[in-house]
Write a protein that binds this ligand. Structure first.
Ligand code: SAM
Length: 226
């Protein structure tokens, strides 16, 4: 282990040779290791055991979140990683207030993936969820609708969809949520026509950064991952 992690291990965790560490390869495998040498530049370990990461949920949830203002996406990304999200895709919908230019697009993606990386380490994830590139609403529906269960969070949905979540076990779920101003009617129609299931998250209006987290927690709970 080198670089920033080596410095953290030596200076912050104050690890010593003989100590044991669990290292993760970011692709779903944990390695129980014994430290053989430590320095701020490099730490060396001997692998004792390799096993699937226990922290990874059995369901892969991809959140297609309409881009929100300010640092709300930072909050959404950090909390979604803690809750077990598999991937996050920022979506530009008709009522999005923030539309990135080339420079801000690169900077945002770099920052958001850094936040996902830090949150993965803090929460002990077995993978580092990716924050994908910005996509438009139609492309988001095209991708999201291919999941085993494809949900669009819509506050005007009346029918009780609770059974949708609890009656089946899914391997892959996609969740599309809107911006501060909500989805346009035609966007909901397009998503529904593509086979996405409109779901209510209760009788209260949740903020754009709250809705995906509430839905993600419900999916984790109802699929036995919480
Ligand atoms: N149309 C909302 C209003 O009347 O204030 C504004 C949109 S809400 C702030 C942002 C997004 O969160 C919505 O587009 C939807 O995807 C989701 N959302 C918020 N509350 C919800 C609820 N009770 N049920 C389902 N989705 C909800």
């Amino acid at each position: 282990i080198s670089g920033e992690d080596a410095r953290h291990i030596a200076k912050v965790l104050r690890v010593r040779p003989g100590d044991r560490l669990t290292l993760c390869n970011g692709a779903g495998t944990d390695f129980l290791c014994e430290v053989t040498s430590v320095s701020p530049d490099k730490t060396e370990c001997r692998v004792l055991e390799a096993k699937p990461s226990v922290s990874e949920p059995g369901v892969r949830v991809t959140i297609y979140a309409a881009v929100t203002k300010g640092d709300r996406m930072d909050f959404l990304i950090q909390k979604a990683v803690e809750l077990g999200v598999f991937r996050i895709v920022p979506v530009i919908t008709g009522r999005c207030v923030f539309i990135p230019d080339e420079k801000s697009r690169k900077n945002r993606l770099k920052r958001w993936n850094r936040i996902a990386y830090e949150a993965s380490k803090q929460s002990g994830r077995g993978i580092i969820p990716e924050v994908g590139d910005f996509i438009g609403f139609k492309d988001a529906v095209g991708e999201a609708a291919g999941a085993e269960l494809a949900l669009i969070a819509y506050e005007r949905e009346e029918s009780p969809r609770r059974m949708t979540l609890e009656s089946c076990r899914f391997g892959e779920v996609s969740l599309l949520t809107g911006p501060e101003g909500g989805f346009e009617e035609r966007e909901v129609e397009l998503a529904t026509a593509a086979g996405m299931v409109p779901v209510s998250l209760g009788k209260r209006i949740l903020r754009a950064e709250t809705a995906p987290l509430a839905a993600l927690a419900a999916i984790m709970y109802s699929s036995g991952n919480m």
